[in-house]
Design a protein around this ligand. Structure first.
Ligand code: LLP
Length: 420
């Protein structure tokens, strides 16, 4: 359920007609709905209500906009961060340091120190080497860092290979069969307190079974570690729940997920932690774009060239991902078209042979389900700058990220004197 619906022939974000945003802010622009974000945050939390005090940390990478983070902070969400930059954002949005989890295979010395300094709640360490480094830094600064060891359970998440993280050949976590000994060695290090196990096998999972398999392996590992005399009080089950990208697509619901988690983790006697991203933000955002022109192409369908491009929304070019494409003011007429952006490479294609609302030059359209892994993955390729982001709340809206003009990016560049 989201709040981007056609009303009186015009698509609205909550109570705001999208043409108003296009007029006042320009296109392309990302538009987020506060009510949708809140709804998703509550649905996910309610789905876990059978668990004892679950900790929910929004995966900041999916949508790091400060206003979005603030909405989630108000909902009591913590943050899962993977860089010093994301950590700063979570704190700036008012998330409590103790509710922040720091994940990632390549945390630098400076980032580990930053996490310690800010007093974050947990480091998810991804290698034995990282554990020793963190322990040494913590000792030097007279701190103790709470840690979970991320394991790689060697489970195929059956999602796109580029967003699969839990196979043996992926770079993430430590191999499951070595996890107990690594945990034991790190548990005796001063400066860190080993308190849990973390797992995350991939994103946009359309099936709960791989998650259930991975969680089962984590449960067995917790038993093994405890049998060896070490304490495990936390288990971080990551994110990964998929969302529908196509109208009519049905995916496991948060309630299905919550029920599975409750069943599999029964008796673990740990505090469970979660890192959802897409399921919270995905359908809470759209990318609003305007058709520049429609270009005939021999006998085939026309190329509809929109003003958004792969630098604004990378998912179709990067993963062949599908985003529903709809007119803001549909006439009922339909067409088949190739939907492309203006960037000078063929990869800048949103859809081929797409059956969609009929659209012509000047018309507004949206790519749906762009609230997660949309703006956050933007680049300035073709010197296009970064587009604005807007948050709608009922009948009002605010620009929550200014457009960053290509000229501002150019201003950061210098030609050295010896080249002049
Ligand atoms: N926790 C960890 C450790 C992660 O690596 C991720 C996502 C999440 C949580 C959140 O996963 P989610 O609930 O959003 O599935 N750019 C790709 C997705 C990359 C996901 C990376 N990790 C895309 O556009 O599909």
């Amino acid at each position: 359920m989201d709040h981007f619906q056609i009303r009186d022939g015009v698509m609205h974000a909550e109570d705001v007609p999208l043409p108003r945003i296009a007029e006042e802010v320009g296109t392309p622009v990302y538009v987020y709905s506060r009510a949708t974000l809140e709804r998703h945050a509550r649905v996910f939390r309610d789905a876990l209500s059978a668990l004892d005090h679950p900790h929910i940390a929004f995966a900041v990478k999916s949508n790091p906009n400060l206003a979005v983070l603030k909405v989630l902070a108000n909902e009591g969400y913590g943050a899962d961060v993977v860089s010093g930059g994301e950590l700063n954002r979570a704190l700036a949005a008012g998330m409590k340091p103790e509710d922040i989890v720091f994940s990632g295979v390549g945390k630098t010395h400076a980032e580990l120190l930053q996490g310690l300094d800010k007093g974050i709640g947990q480091f998810n360490i991804e290698s034995e080497e990282e554990g020793y480094e963190l322990a040494a830094i913590a000792r030097r600064h007279g701190r103790t860092a709470a840690c979970a060891l991320r394991v790689n359970p060697d489970v195929d998440a059956r999602t796109h290979e580029k967003i699969s993280t839990g196979k043996r050949e992926n770079k993430f976590g430590v191999p499951l069969d070595r996890a107990a000994e690594i945990y034991a060695r790190l548990a005796s290090e001063e400066g860190i307190e080993m308190r849990g196990i973390a797992v995350h096998i991939g994103s946009q999972l359309a099936d709960l079974e791989p998650l259930e398999t991975a969680f089962g392996k984590v449960g067995a590992l917790i038993g093994e570690i405890r049998a060896a005399g070490f304490s495990v009080t936390h288990a971080d089950l990551g994110g990964g729940l998929g969302v529908p990208y196509k109208a009519g697509e049905v995916l496991p619901s948060p309630a299905d997920y919550g029920a599975m988690v409750a069943r599999v983790t029964k008796g673990w006697d740990v505090r469970l932690m979660f890192e959802p991203g897409r399921v919270i933000a995905g359908n809470a955002g759209i990318l609003l774009t305007r058709v520049i022109r429609s270009k005939r192409s021999g006998n085939g369908p026309p190329f509809v060239v929109v003003d958004a491009a792969m630098n604004d929304l990378a998912r179709p070019a990067m993963y062949g991902a599908w985003h529903d494409f709809e007119a803001v003011e549909p006439t009922g007429e339909r067409m088949t078209a190739h939907i492309v952006g203006p960037i000078c490479e063929t990869g800048d294609t949103f859809a081929m042979d797409r059956e969609c609302d009929a659209l012509g030059a000047g018309d507004l359209a949206v790519f749906r389900t762009a609230g997660a892994y949309g703006a956050t993955m933007a680049s300035s390729y073709n010197s296009r700058g970064f587009i604005a982001e807007v948050l709608v709340d009922g009948d009002k809206f605010a620009v929550v990220a200014d457009r960053i003009a290509a000229s501002a990016i150019m201003d950061a560049e210098r030609v050295p004197e010896w080249l002049l």
